[in-house]
Design a protein around this ligand. Sequence first.
Ligand code: DX5
Ligand code: ZN
Length: 223
Amino acid sequence: MKKKNAMISPSMMCADPFHLPEVLAAFEAGGIEWLHIDVMDGHYVPNFTLGPDFCRAVAKETTIPMDIHLMVESPDRYLDLFCPFPGARVSFHPETVRQPVRVIERIRELGASPGISVDPSLPLETLAHLLPLVDQVMIMTVNPGYAGQKLIPFCLEKLRECRRRLDAIGSGADVEVDGNVSWENIPGMVEAGANVLVAGTSSLFKNGRVSSQDIDRFRRVIQ
Ligand code: DX5
Ligand code: ZN
């Protein structure tokens, strides 16, 4: 299958809330494709982050679509809160629900684009039956819950396996990589098949702010 153009999805939990207008302006000027929104509930992961109010505020200020990453137990309870944003992609961790197929169908019914997120401990073969149903598979290369962690090396091979499995079923779904997407790690991640890269503290964000030079640098490294 034709290699997909790589896209950047900056992780908004890494932005300093007191500088959000300038961060968003830099992303618009830099042609950023997605805004990665980490939603944590203090149960599935031991942390709390962004929620629907933040998404509403972002949707009022920009037309860049949101790449919403639900790190919550029972995400089926919250789909109405996250799916209505224009162009939203909504990913959940399949082990958090009893009927992942129903959740994928529901996300689509609500007008959003469904994705699944794969914890480092989860083998892709257990999710094979879900791959034809989704628009994106997010491979986590750190344990979900925090920014600023180190890459778990065996996850790189999962990127390759994921792209291979999607190609084998004729799926054009995106392969997203989330966690320690650093200047050093980006080339190997793209080479392994990632085409949506979550940019956090390892690359674009310095003290919660971003520069146009770094956005340009990111673009060059993934091309
Ligand atoms: C968790 C987050 C983090 C993080 C990414 O789902 O998406 O992985 O913000 O940025 P790094 O790992 O570069 O701080
Ligand atoms: Zn994330």
